[in-house]
Design a protein around this ligand. Structure first.
Ligand code: GAL
Length: 460
């Protein structure tokens, strides 16, 4: 493994709904994912987050495992309905206490907390009574929720992420309907995306005006993006790949770094794409102290031709492809994970370079990268060589990007342990630790030992 610059941040990531369980304990209100899981057919085999990894009760032992690995940075999310059961009311003291103890224990083990405020588990009441992210008022509710968190935890938390992957919330939640709240529309995703961005800007404004000077932390947003490689050298395919990236990542990163949506989205979407007021543009511009990036896979992009089935691609993750007129495909020689996602490390390097160029060399932190494979436990071990190969390939690509001048300062592997993988339930395993969901037993995989060595060999 090549040596990384001094101070490079190595971590792992999780999220509240995926690991905590205790869905109705400690005064927590239900979230849209609690409800979504109970709709027949929405989640693989009817799996729910009722217990998940039971991290809510077992966090001391999980943190001990992190310490054993020599982990120094850990990204987790706060469940909004644990803090405000209905999304608006007074803070729930038991919820505050849970995260407070989690944070204290991490710090006591020398592990720095990186906290995401929203990783998709919206309080159900906000969905039912207020139409969730479709309602412009949600920016105000989110600001208040964020304020409660800064107030309660900001003395100890110095790394904040407002939103995890707004693209997924908008496209999978309101466009394709495969994630909560399960709506299908070609208009709503752009409205939802708009209010997610407004909410992000409000939370950042709250932090910067009320807390940042005294607490001394940093705050940013995490976006997800695949790489889009032009299928051929034709000008049309090159333009298609560029357009696909702007619809994917530019949608959420342009407003934050350049004050407005990409021109190509405006041209193609017309009135379906809402507009920001001047005051909103001001709040959005520069509203991230670092560029949080979740990256998993790559596909080819080509100019769509009449009659193309745009959703017959590799895993249908192109967004609303008809709005982009982009046809995705995969090279048959590319290996795939058990999600069906292609393994293309050089796509990671190219994406990092694209971000570097488009946004003026921002500090980038990969807040998620990883892979799912079907693991086998043999004599108390999991020999997941493919996961090691995947991580080695992508981490090497990160190193190449740094060598080429990209300002990448951290890498978080998804995930610390196997967990609830959204619509796939417990059927997909991304973790460095194997979890037996019937008994709760955790078993470190070979990849956990390997990653511990990467951290150790880089010396911090
Ligand atoms: C991301 C998401 C994570 C995790 C991962 C693997 O999109 O933020 O929660 O599920 O994908 O699918």
């Amino acid at each position: 493994m090549p040596h990384f610059p001094e101070g490079f941040i190595w971590g792992t990531s999780t999220s509240s709904f995926q690991i905590e369980g205790a869905w109705d304990k400690g005064g927590k209100g239900p979230s849209i994912w609690d409800a979504f899981c109970r709709i027949p057919g929405r989640v693989h085999q009817g799996d729910t987050g009722e217990i998940a990894c039971d991290h809510y009760h077992r966090y001391p032992e999980d943190i001990a495992r992190m310490a054993e690995m020599g982990l120094k940075h850990y990204r987790f999310s706060i469940s909004w309905p644990r803090i405000q059961p209905d999304g608006k009311g007074k803070p729930n003291p038991e919820g505050i206490r849970f995260y407070s103890e989690l944070i204290d224990r991490l710090l006591a083990h020398g592990i720095t907390p990186w906290v995401t405020l929203y990783h998709w588990d919206l309080p159900l009441a906000l969905q039912m009574e207020d139409d969730g992210w479709l309602n412009p008022d949600i920016a105000t509710y989110f600001r208040r929720y964020a304020e409660i968190c800064f107030e309660a935890f900001g003395d100890r938390v110095k790394h904040w992420i407002t939103l995890n992957e707004p693209w997924v919330v908008a496209i999978l939640g309101y466009g394709q309907g495969t994630f909560a709240p399960g709506r299908i529309s070609n208009r709503e995703p752009y409205v939802v995306g708009h209010h997610l961005l407004r909410a992000h800007a409000e939370a950042v404004d709250c932090y910067r005006t009320q807390f940042q000077a005294r607490q001394g932390g940093r705050i940013g947003i995490t976006n997800n993006a695949d790489w889009r490689e032009p299928l051929t050298d034709s000008a049309e395919d090159k333009a298609a790949a560029e357009r696909a990236l702007e619809f994917f990542l530019g949608w959420f990163a342009d407003p934050v770094y350049r004050g407005d949506y990409p021109a190509v989205m405006r041209e193609r979407l017309g009135e379906r794409l809402p507009t920001f007021s001047e005051a909103e543009k001001v709040k959005l511009t520069g509203s991230s102290d670092f560029f949080g990036l979740n990256h998993y896979t790559t596909s080819y992009a080509a100019q769509a031709q009449p009659g193309d089935d745009l959703y017959a691609g590799i895993y249908g993750n192109g967004g609303l492809s008809e709005d982009q007129a982009v046809k995705l495909s995969a090279d048959p020689t590319w290996e795939k994970t058990s999600m069906g996602w292609t393994i293309v490390p050089w796509g990671c390097r190219k994406l990092l370079q694209w971000i570097d160029a488009r946004y003026g060399r921002p500090e980038i932190i990969i807040t998620e990268n990883g892979c799912a494979f079907d693991d086998v436990v043999e004599d108390g071990a999991v020999h997941d060589q493919r996961r090691i190969d995947f991580a080695r390939g992508y981490i090497s690509a990160c190193h190449e990007a740094i060598a080429a001048g990209v300002n990448l300062s951290g890498y978080f592997l998804w995930s610390f342990m196997d967990n609830f993988e959204w619509a796939s339930g417990y059927s997909k395993r991304f973790g460095l630790h194997h979890v037996d969901f019937a008994t709760g037993t955790r078993t470190p995989k070979d990849s956990a030992h390997w990653y511990a060595r990467v951290i150790r060999e880089n010396g911090w």
